[in-house]
Structure formats: structure tokens, C-alpha cells
Design a protein around this ligand. Structure first.
Ligand code: C2E
Ligand code: CA
Ligand code: CA
Ligand code: CA
Length: 273
């Protein structure tokens, strides 16, 4: 038994080492991925409860030349740690705004901001300059931030959000309900939309407590004059329930998968507008 344990320990260490080496390799490639043109953007539809398309959320993709697609949950935290995310985010913002220019003029484009991007000093200037450069109406851009972003430097955060609000862009609170969900954020920050995390949508049809929570978030948001988007809607039953409860926008595989910019024209031809 003793020997077994030792072997197991050794095997564990070796596989750990391989994982670490792979991570190192990945980090190295990440540093050159932007110049090498390895990033691309997919767009996932945001739809009304009547299934009309209202806009798209831009989602960053990295296709590594050898490994293939790497999930954003793996490489975005790496890029954050290595100080690369601000530059990547700048590229993505311009891509997304340019894509939106070719859509019907009432469609919005939602762009995620990681903590490093949001806390970057030049963020508000960058947003203003990009809108100017591309010629996109500010209210067609929606910036999504998570609560974790707001944990530090509260005074500056409020300044940043207020400046963005004055620019006329829309601001969404992403992944609502998963983190601290401090209600003071809702009271003090100028959000236009709350996005209910997919965790609450997953079991919605069979989970009465979940239904009560979602119903309450919708009421809370509407009471504060905000809109509500439900993420991760995967079934017709969920969509119908959310429609009945007055949810403003739906997003999820039932409504549409993330697709490349070139596929949007075809997607719109097949959906009601
Ligand atoms: P998120 O902002 O919450 O994005 C929603 C995620 O849920 C996306 O994963 C999307 O593909 C996935 N999703 C959409 N509908 C469904 C559904 O019906 N069921 C399920 N199970 N999943 C669904 P993705 O693209 O892997 O992105 C993961 C996270 O990475 C995002 O979560 C966001 O936090 C981050 N991310 C993605 N793109 C960007 C970006 O351009 N900038 C920044 N800063 N973060 C990004
Ligand atoms: Ca998001
Ligand atoms: Ca606003
Ligand atoms: Ca989310």
C-alpha cells in the first residue's frame, strides 16, 4: 500500500508538470496571438421575448495554430494576469463596433469588459474614440461588466461608469446573482440592464425556489428602472416562462449560438425581425 501511494504521488507530480508546461507554452503563444491574427470574434443574438433580434454580444475566440480553439475561460484570465487584456480588448471593441455598423440601425452590440480593461485609465477615452472612429451611435454600444470589477476603488469606478453613462453607451451588470450581488451596486451605479446568470435559468422549469429568485430579480430591476436579460436560455419552456414573467431580453442556445460576423446575414434572413 505504501509503494502504491508513492507511485501515485509520483504520477500525480508528473502530470502536474505537464499541465504546468502546457500552461507556460500557452502563455508564450498568447503574447503574440494578437499580432499573429489568431483572435476572432463570435456574436450571439440577444432577442426579445417575441424572438425578434435586438442585437448581439461579442465573444472573443482564440484559435491557436497547433492546439485549436482555446476557451475564453482559460485564456482571458491568463491575458489579464500578463497585462495583455487591455490591448486585446481594444482590438475587440473596434471589431465589434465595426461589425455593428453593418447591422440594422436599431441593433445593439454588447462588449464584455474584464476587470483590467475596466480599471484601465484610458478606458473612457478609448470608448469615445472608437465610437467616433467607427461612427457608431453611442446608445448602440452596450458594455458588460461583472460585479467583481466593482470590488475595488469604488470612487473611481463610479466616475468611470458615470462618464460612460454620459457618453450615452449602455451599461449592463453581467452574471448577476453569482458573486456578491450587493444590492448597493444597484442603488449606486448607473446600470441600464441586469443580466441574470445562466445558473438561475438552468433548472428554472422544475425549481420553484429558482423561479421565485428570477421573478424577484425581474421585479427588482424593473422597480429600479433597469432592463433584464436572461442568459443561458436553452429550452422553449424557459423562454416561455421568462416571457410570461416580463423578462425583457433572452440570450442562449435556444435563441441562437455564437456565430462569426459573416454568418449574421444568413441568421437574420431566417429569423423574425
Ligand atoms: P459571459 O459574458 O457570461 O458570456 C456568456 C457565455 O455563456 C459565453 O461563453 C457563451 O458562449 C455561453 N452561452 C451562451 N448561451 C448559452 C447557453 O444557452 N447555455 C450555456 N451553457 N452557455 C451559453 P464563452 O464564449 O465561452 O465566454 C465565457 C466568458 O468569457 C464570458 O462569459 C466572458 O466572461 C468571457 N469573455 C468572452 N468574450 C470576452 C471578451 O471579448 N472580453 C472579455 N473581457 N471577456 C470575454
Ligand atoms: Ca457577457
Ligand atoms: Ca445609461
Ligand atoms: Ca454572463
Amino acid at each position: 500500500a505504501k509503494k502504491d501511494g508513492r507511485n501515485r504521488a509520483r504520477t500525480f507530480t508528473r502530470s502536474m508538470l505537464i499541465v504546468l508546461e502546457q500552461r507556460e507554452m500557452l502563455r508564450r503563444s498568447l503574447r503574440t496571438a494578437l499580432q499573429e491574427g489568431e483572435f476572432f470574434v463570435e456574436y450571439q443574438p440577444l432577442v426579445s421575448p417575441a424572438f425578434e433580434v435586438l442585437g448581439f454580444e461579442a465573444l472573443l475566440r482564440w484559435r491557436h495554430p497547433l492546439i485549436g480553439n482555446i476557451p475564453p475561460s482559460v485564456f482571458i484570465p491568463m491575458a489579464e494576469k500578463d497585462g495583455l487584456m487591455s490591448e486585446i480588448g481594444k482590438w475587440l471593441l473596434e471589431q465589434a463596433c465595426r461589425a455593428a455598423m453593418s447591422w440594422p440601425s436599431h441593433f445593439t452590440v454588447a462588449v464584455n469588459l474584464s476587470p483590467a480593461e475596466f480599471l484601465h485609465e484610458g478606458l473612457t477615452d478609448r470608448v469615445a474614440q472608437t465610437l467616433d472612429l467607427v461612427g457608431l451611435r453611442p446608445d448602440r454600444l452596450e458594455l458588460e461588466i461583472t460585479e467583481s470589477v466593482l470590488l475595488e476603488r469604488t470612487i473611481n469606478n463610479l466616475d468611470t461608469l458615470n462618464t460612460l453613462n454620459v457618453l450615452g453607451v449602455q451599461i449592463s451588470l453581467d452574471d448577476f446573482g453569482t458573486f456578491y450581488s450587493s444590492l448597493s451596486y444597484l442603488k449606486n451605479f448607473p446600470f441600464d440592464t441586469i443580466k441574470i446568470d445562466q445558473y438561475f435559468i438552468k433548472d428554472l422549469e422544475h425549481d420553484e425556489k429558482g423561479q421565485t429568485i428570477v421573478r424577484s430579480i425581474i421585479a427588482l430591476a424593473h422597480g429600479l428602472g433597469m432592463h433584464v436579460t436572461a442568459e443561458g436560455v436553452e429550452t422553449e419552456g424557459q423562454a416561455i416562462w421568462l416571457e410570461k414573467e416580463g423578462c425583457d431580453r433572452l440570450q442562449g442556445y435556444f435563441l441562437g449560438f455564437p456565430i462569426p460576423a459573416e454568418a449574421i446575414g444568413e441568421f437574420l434572413r431566417k429569423s423574425p425581425t
